[in-house]
Design a protein around this ligand. Structure first.
Ligand code: NAP
Length: 315
């Protein structure tokens, strides 16, 4: 395993992290095994959230680490807050957000209780709350840090400007954002560059585009999107053969090769898939090949002439 710095925190984390969104009560046993297997494969960085299966993910992660006898200080635990639990129907779960100090502090207490730990290493507002000034959110995060309940703050799904606003009041260790060969907005909007400016790590959610980039899954989409995904998968297949690796490894290596660090949060509880992800940290693509994949995925050549002044979403 390779280890990288989590922003400017001085904390080292594995170059690939385990995303724990799929840990839930009905798959508790394999989920716990997966946490142990990930640790044995050298993965020390685990990402969860209070909303994942309404807290079950946090509970199972905490239990799995304890039952495997993994010392608390050998792992880096990241969780998230700010999405209000709402009803049981996931379709309505993400209607409202709250990053006000009272809500944040109560959420943090609840997460610590479910995880069964004294402190969270990385606490991340899950999405922006338009009704709370960033200075207030920052003060709450700072209080949690002073009380020893969190070590560092990061953000999730923030835009570049939202990062600037919050980081005016508190240093941020990381941004968690959707990022993969099939979702390159962080590169195209300058979000990745802002992370570099601020010394923040970029944590990529759905780094395998929910499994599509492994060549073994497809999403229910319109035709044009399926065609685009098929094109990227076909190119990955050809490169994977040349390099003697899997499509998943190639897709993860493509992310990790960027400076930052850029850390994929791989969403699997399958032992083989965890081992595959862990082995991807040693894969380095030729510079030409890295760009070739980018060109195929964005659907157009790299610019030679003047770049547009304003980013226009083309897909
Ligand atoms: N901040 C946010 O808003 C946000 C949103 C979404 C996710 N996240 C974070 O990101 C993490 C990952 O998200 P995700 O689950 O969408 O990511 P993902 O890793 O892109 O997709 C997971 C899917 O890929 C499959 N897979 C993984 N490795 C594979 C391999 N080697 N071969 C074949 N299939 C493979 C998994 O299947 P198997 O189960 O069969 O392995 C699963 O279906 C989450 O757990 C969470 O921590 C954050």
């Amino acid at each position: 395993m390779k280890y990288v710095q989590l922003g400017r925190t001085g904390i080292e984390v594995s170059a690939v992290a385990m995303g724990c969104m799929s840990l839930r009560a009905d798959t508790e046993a394999p989920g716990k095994d997966a946490v142990r297997q990930a640790y044995e494969a050298g993965i020390t960085f685990f990402d969860t959230a209070d909303v994942y299966s309404r807290g079950e993910s946090e509970t199972i992660l905490g239990q799995a680490l304890r039952e495997a006898g993994i010392p608390r200080d050998k792992v880096v635990i990241a969780t998230k807050c700010g999405i209000i639990f709402q009803g049981m129907d996931p379709a309505y779960a993400y209607k409202a957000y709250d990053l006000s100090p009272g809500y944040l502090k109560a959420s943090c207490e609840a997460s610590l209780k479910r995880l069964g730990i004294e402190y969270v290493d990385l606490y991340q507002p899950h999405r922006i709350d338009y009704l709370t000034h960033p200075e207030e959110t920052a003060r709450a995060l700072e209080d949690l840090r002073t009380e020893g309940k969190i070590r560092h703050a990061g953000v999730s799904n923030y835009t570049a400007d939202e990062i600037r606003a919050l980081s005016a009041y508190i240093p941020l260790a990381s941004l968690q954002t959707q990022f993969s060969l099939l979702h390159m907005e962080p590169l195209e909007t300058g979000l990745a560059a802002v992370c570099q400016e601020k010394g923040m790590a970029t944590l990529c959610w759905s780094p395998l585009h929910k499994g599509v980039l492994t060549g073994s899954k497809s999403l229910p989409h319109d035709d044009w999107q399926l065609q685009r995904e098929a094109g990227v998968v076909a190119q990955l297949r050809s490169f994977a053969q040349d390099y003697g690796v899997s499509l998943a490894q190639l897709s993860l290596a493509w992310l990790m090769q960027q400076p930052g660090p850029v850390i994929p949060l791989v969403g699997t509880a399958n032992a083989e898939h965890i081992a595959e992800a862990a082995a991807a940290v040693d894969l380095v693509l030729e510079r030409d090949d890295w760009y070739e994949l980018m060109v195929i995925a964005r659907g157009r050549a790299m610019p030679w002439g003047q770049r547009p002044y304003v980013y226009i979403k083309e897909r």
